[in-house]
Design a protein around this ligand. Structure first.
Ligand SMILES: Cc1ncc(COP(=O)(O)O)c(C=O)c1O
Length: 381
């Protein structure tokens, strides 16, 4: 048998040397590499996970196989949240859940390819979350990066018309990981309509938008409700610190959502029942999100001042909880090693997010401010 695909090394596995250097510091490593939330989910979410003795029917439902599309309770909570947050009216038919959005990002190209076999290209921002490219590779498709401008925004007019004709989908991500840029989502929606390409908008950092209110592509598509040709992708991992529970959703064009919902049902993709119940509870509360915003904002400011004192220029992001900083030497890998060796802090080299990011590092604000202050102390700042 001839061997085919060999998975590339997972980016964060390449940090082992830096991890060792950082861990050697007294007090241990401060891990700001992966964007994994470390703050607790709201207590009501944990209570909801355990079930409600006053609602035995719901409890029994949580024991059986859950619906792949998502329970009506959860989809209704999503509908309500979308209305409050973005003033967009959806019905539950516009909405379905996924097992965390990484799974959705990684698998959607293969489902769409089955539906539209004459398209072979996935467009995504050139500096981005690596799974957009990986989803195309895993589907045997052509990943084509779209250039970003100096503010890290997608340059839609730089998309080659030949690539647009072959495109199965365009990914946008606002606020963007890693650089925190804010795209014009209405422009992305119209580009999609003009070119007949569905636009998938990953909005998992929407609650952590700093420059202006949160943005959504919902309402910017075609048709009466503005959902034709667009799908927004959301997660509870970042919003409600539920990364370990694996729950997200996608919402928008009822035809695309309906197709994905059916095909994903055949693939057995389901969010466990108790987690669906907890997710609905999380969406009903905004106070914990405001508290989390406060934590990220404080950490961004404290770390930005450390970076400045360490002699590099830094700008706070338009959204998200990452600092995206150019290495003074222009070499992101070398600077990541410097942070590990001198300050015991693990950061991600920018090349993880595309070749154009090689001169940067990404620093995730996922440690308490006391740990971040330890970094300053180790550097004698
Ligand atoms: C841009 C972006 N999209 C999606 C995800 C996946 O999040 P989850 O699978 O936890 O929903 C992440 C996680 O870091 C991300 O940064």
């Amino acid at each position: 048998m001839t061997a085919g695909f060999v998975p590339p090394e997972y980016p964060y596995d390449r940090l082992d040397d830096a991890r060792k250097a950082a861990a050697a510091h007294e007090g241990g490593m401060v891990d700001l590499s992966v964007g994994t939330p470390t703050d607790p989910p709201p207590p009501e979410v944990m209570t909801a996970l355990a079930g409600d003795p006053l609602r035995p029917d719901e409890d029994r439902a949580a024991r059986g196989y859950p619906t792949s599309a998502g329970s009506l309770v959860l989809r209704d909570a999503i509908r309500e949240w979308t209305k409050t947050r973005f003033r967009v009216d959806l019905t539950v038919d516009h909405i379905a859940v996924c097992v965390g959005t990484k799974e959705f990002v990684a698998t959607t190209p293969q489902w769409l390819k089955l539906r539209y076999p004459d398209r072979d290209t996935v467009l995504y921002p050139s500096i981005a979350y690596p799974t957009y490219e990986m989803g195309a590779i895993l589907a045997g498709l052509r990943p084509v990066p779209v250039p970003v401008d100096s503010q890290w925004r997608l340059q839609l007019d730089a998309i080659d018309p030949a690539d647009a004709r072959r495109a199965l989908m365009l990914w946008v991500n606002t606020p963007g990981n890693p650089a925190g840029g804010l795209d014009d989502l209405a422009a992305a929606g119209s580009w999609g309509q003009q070119h007949g390409v569905p636009v998938f908008s990953d909005e998992c950092y929407a609650e952590f938008t700093w420059d202006g209110p949160p943005r959504s592509i919902l309402g910017s598509g075609g048709g009466a409700g503005g959902t034709e040709g667009v799908v927004a992708v959301h997660s509870l991992s970042k919003r409600s610190n539920m990364a370990g529970m694996r729950v997200g959703w996608y919402a928008g064009d009822p035809q695309i959502v309906g197709y994905l919902r059916e095909v994903r049902k055949h693939a057995g993709l389901m969010v466990p029942g108790p987690i669906q119940r907890a997710a609905a509870v999380a969406l009903g509360d905004q106070q914990h999100v405001d508290e989390q915003r406060g934590r990220y904002r404080e950490r961004l400011e404290v770390f930005a001042s450390i970076v400045e004192k360490a002699g590099a220029e830094v700008r706070l992001p338009g959204g998200g909880f990452y600092l995206w900083v150019r290495a003074p030497s222009g070499d992101g890998w070398e600077w990541a090693s410097w942070w590990a060796e001198k300050a015991g802090v693990l950061v991600s080299p920018g090349s993880f997010y595309g070749e154009g990011g090689a001169s940067h590092v990404r620093i995730a604000m996922v440690a308490p401010v006391e740990r971040i202050e330890l970094v300053a102390k180790r550097l004698g700042l």
